[in-house]
Write a protein that binds this ligand. Structure first.
Ligand code: ADP
Ligand code: AMP
Ligand code: ZN
Length: 222
């Protein structure tokens, strides 16, 4: 049996991490673990965790590290992550990155690759404003760049498409600032560990997928 593969997608909000993760999951078979999706699922189910996370998310702030780390590490302990996982949106702070390293290290594992999906801020604003998500499966569309076959309807399961509350322009500005202040230091952190791979995310969706697959296939299993 090969050792588990842990891949972390780093990039600003709306850089295309979720879009690419679905495609990488299909190509590589790794379970997609998206912290934002986990929070939104908790909000939908009205759990205590969801209620706690909602006020931070509505403002565009990060949910506190202790809550977020516990949620994601719990998710990684499920059997479908035994062969590894494709992490999307976590870690977002140095404390989260260190907690993830410690948890994987305690099991003799490590992160194998960290693709950094680079996209300029002005492009992100355009992507966020046209983003639509499926209420049922969470699939991400864009009204112009990645439209569903029928407007407002998910191609996968016919679910209703909606706009995220935190995709409003004023919240997006906060999210971008939080990204630059708290998350972008992870680029250096992972670069120093020798696992960072920079990917040009400002290309058509298929091209980004090709670049990601080429980069990940050339990385030895970690
Ligand atoms: P993230 O998960 O990083 O927040 P998403 O995958 O939800 O980002 O993508 C944000 C928005 O941009 C979505 O509306 C998506 O359809 C669109 N998008 C993703 N990748 C690209 C791309 N390469 N070119 C144009 N639009 C894209
Ligand atoms: P996302 O779906 O990745 O854009 O995340 C949506 C929101 O969920 C963020 O703006 C944060 O409020 C919260 N969130 C998601 N992941 C994290 C994380 N790793 N740390 C803290 N907050 C997070
Ligand atoms: Zn759907």
């Amino acid at each position: 049996m090969t050792s588990p593969r842990y891949v972390v997608l780093v990039g600003p909000p709306a850089s295309g991490k979720g879009t690419q993760a679905v495609r990488l999951h299909e190509a590589l078979g790794l379970t997609h673990v998206a912290s934002g999706d986990l929070f939104r699922e908790n909000i939908r189910n009205e759990t205590a965790l969801g209620m706690q996370a909602k006020s931070y998310m509505d403002r565009g702030d990060l949910v506190p590290d202790d809550v977020t780390i516990a949620m994601v590490l719990d998710r990684l302990s499920h059997p479908d992550c035994a062969a590894g996982a494709l992490l999307d949106g976590f870690p977002r702070t140095l404390a989260q990155a260190q907690a993830l390293d410690a948890a994987l290290g305690a099991q003799g594992h490590a992160i194998g690759a960290v693709p950094y999906v680079a996209v300029p801020d002005e492009v992100l604003i355009e992507r966020v404003s046209g983003r639509r998500l499926c209420r049922t499966c969470g699939a991400s569309y864009h009204v112009t760049f990645n439209p569903p076959h029928t407007p407002g309807v998910c191609d996968v399961d016919g679910g209703e498409l909606y706009q995220r509350d935190d995709d409003r322009p004023e919240t997006v500005r906060t999210r971008l600032k939080v990204y630059h202040d708290l998350t972008s230091p992870l680029i250096d952190y992972y670069h120093e560990k020798g696992v960072l791979i920079q990917i040009d995310g400002d290309q058509p969706i298929d091209r980004v997928t090709e670049d990601l697959l080429e980069a990940l296939r050339s990385v030895k299993e970690g």
